[in-house]
Design a protein around this ligand. Sequence first.
Ligand SMILES: Nc1ncnc2c1ncn2[C@@H]1O[C@H](COP(=O)(O)OP(=O)(O)O)[C@@H](O)[C@H]1O
Ligand SMILES: [Mg+2]
Length: 504
Amino acid sequence: MADDELRGDLLFGPFELSSKERVLQRDGVALPLGSRALDILIYLVERPGKVIAKQELIDHVWPGVTVEEGNLRVHVAAIRKALGDGQFGNRYITNVKGRGYSFVGAVVALGGARESRNAKSNYQGRLPVRPIMMIGRDTVVSEVSSKLRNERFVTLLGPGGIGKTTIALAVGRAVTEEFGSEIYFVDLESLTDPHQVAGAVATSLGISLKSTDPVLELVDLVRSRKLLIILDSCEHVIEAVALIAEQLYQETQQVYLLTTSRELLKVEGENCCRVLPLDSPTDGSELTANALLRYPAVQLFVRRVAARAGGVVLTDEEAPLVAEMCRKLDGMPLAIELAAGQVAALGLKDTVSRLVSQPELLKLSHRTAVPRHRTLRATLDWSYDLLSDAERIVLRRIAPFVGHFTLEGARHVAGEPGEDAGEIFDAIAGLVEKSLIATRVDEAQAHYRLLDTTRAYALEKLEEHAEVDVVVRRHAEYIAGHLATPNRIRAERMLDKRTLRRAG
Ligand SMILES: Nc1ncnc2c1ncn2[C@@H]1O[C@H](COP(=O)(O)OP(=O)(O)O)[C@@H](O)[C@H]1O
Ligand SMILES: [Mg+2]
């Protein structure tokens, strides 16, 4: 066996392929595939990223027999159908014209192999090439694609590192049939001046603007075209993007817009789609390795560890640690990738125990990522810099809350005595809008929560300020007040023992 071939049980997307048992499963259920189709699939998946000549495949599957190429095509079509290849932006097998077939998904060998570094995704149009496969997210990609088709304008909203850009790229690929090569990806991240937004869009479209009103000129130039513009990472130039997006939406009929942002644009035509964390095992989940591998958060972690460490076997013993870690990281893909990077150096157990201490969360680093994604701290700095002063104050003062809290709780802990509660509420609303606070509404009232990573960051900010003792005391008083009420259990959950100890 060539040393870049994979063996054993192979994982890709939601599938598990066992070459020994000759079975392809999705979510533990075997998919009906004929024996020849399985031969072809196994041969391709064991050689991810390589182009396999059609004759080589025929010789392997039908040794010593003369077989028409059409036969091979029929079997490959059956495999692609079974995999849902081409749906929701997923690509597994491509036909490389004149050369053969290639498996382009990322593959993890469970039982001691590595993620293929050769795997190339088949990006189309003018979308950037990114050598990753998306895990999970089928539903959101299909929902956003259809919303985009029907409504023309969708914003993917969520905190940094949650997976907005990844989904936007997948949506771009999912709608290539309608737009062909007329899909343009505009990365706004590196822009510092809002005046450059129109120019950046124009450059991506291959046009240059000359007039003194670049927005008007841009709209004029694309008015008669059908195209999709993906505006990625809008939050720091939000007003300029809002203006351009609104004009493009109102003044044209066939310009489609997909934006990603930590904050909504709030303009006519915009449809919001909030990006949620990757599904992670909950507290009561079954904790065997196989049960956990159904969760996208765990799959992502295992793949990234495999890619770095050169091999991974998730044992039943380690499985609960991985589950705990995915929960701790709130199913946030960026945090999961960063944690996977640590496992290569520290091993699983030490990584998890380091993550339990909050500041360590923020130090996880990623040398190859864009600066904004290199550490969680950098991701959060990017958001923090975009906050108003009042929002910054409230963010750090609500840091002592673990789990859900209410507006009333936030007011008690973050407000100065005698201060107008409206200002605190405005700041909370601002933090929700900028994706720094997660919300849940039940029955009559809203509950708010900081993700663990955000909370670790907010605690650091609190500790940098002289007010730390006051805030911790107010929090302890508030919690103690609740302990005397029927809300005791909930209040107890909100209690952070460490913070209380400090106050005591
Ligand atoms: N569904 C996914 N499958 C695999 N990797 C993902 C997924 N979602 C996000 N990632 C990875 O997590 C990191 C952050 O994702 P990204 O889409 O850039 O987040 P955002 O745009 O919200 O800041 C990236 O390295 C990306 O490759
Ligand atoms: Mg992004």
